[in-house]
Ligand binder design. Structure first.
Ligand SMILES: *Cc1c(COP(=O)(O)O)cnc(C)c1O
Length: 230
């Protein structure tokens, strides 16, 4: 077994342990491997070990990987900040976009998604710690953006995503995630297509699973440190 394969196995076991600890149904937490600034060869090896979902933050870097790995049946998630001039490429090449935080971006993605493709799966990115990040919209604005997205023909509203400020204390991490989970449960009553609560990264996925995350986004724990040149 390669080191990567061992890390994947260990992480999956850890997810299962946390599902049991926090009374979550088995297999209710999906694993998204965040492969930004990691070599395509690592993605290939992770795919061979059974990972299907990969997350990328930088369009140009992602496009090269998507094209170079097109022989594999993978699901690609765009999880980085979105510039208007990249929406066409994102709409054409990705299966998911988790970082939608403006109506203008949502409209462009829907208009630029080909009618021959399945709808683009979308999560609204919420900013849980306003001082720490420029991306994401305030929690109290999420409902309005969800209502707009639900009306766009080539998008499928799947859920909410957040990247909280890094905290080392489990209870403090859980508080932020709990606020997001509450809003998610509220919105789900209105939008049956919502099934994804994307929260939890390498340093806080245990807290996220405790609070109901259905998708954790893991980079460094699986792939090690990212290269500085993208
Ligand atoms: C980079 C990134 C991750 C992965 O972070 P790690 O700490 O390496 O696990 C997850 N989500 C988003 C949106 C990211 O940009």
């Amino acid at each position: 077994m390669t080191v990567l394969t061992e890390k994947i196995t260990a992480l999956k076991r850890q997810i299962r342990t946390l599902e049991e600890r926090y009374d979550r149904p088995r297999d209710s937490v999906r694993l998204l491997a965040v492969s930004k600034k990691q070599a395509p060869e690592k993605i290939r090896r992770a795919a061979a070990a059974g990972i299907k979902d990969f997350g990328e933050n930088y369009f140009q870097e992602a496009l090269e990987k998507i094209e170079g790995l097109s022989d594999l049946a993978l699901s690609w998630h765009f999880i980085g900040p979105i510039q208007s001039n990249k929406t066409r490429g994102i709409a054409e090449h990705f299966d998911w976009v988790q970082s939608v935080d403006r109506e203008k971006i949502a409209r462009r993605l829907s208009a630029q998604r080909s009618d021959t493709m399945p709808p683009l799966n979308v999560c609204v990115q919420v900013n849980l710690s306003a001082e720490a990040s420029k991306s994401g919209l305030d929690l109290q604005c999420a409902a309005t953006l969800c209502a707009r997205i639900a009306q766009l023909p080539n998008l499928s509203l799947r859920g909410l995503m957040a990247i909280p400020a890094p905290l080392s204390n489990l209870q403090a991490q859980r508080e932020g995630f709990r606020r997001l989970a509450k809003e998610y449960q509220k919105l789900r009553q209105h939008y049956p297509s919502m099934d994804t609560l994307s929260m939890g990264m390498s340093n806080d996925y245990a807290a996220a699973i405790a609070e109901g995350s259905t998708l954790i986004r893991i980079g460094t724990t699986l792939f090690g440190p990212r290269s500085t040149s993208a």
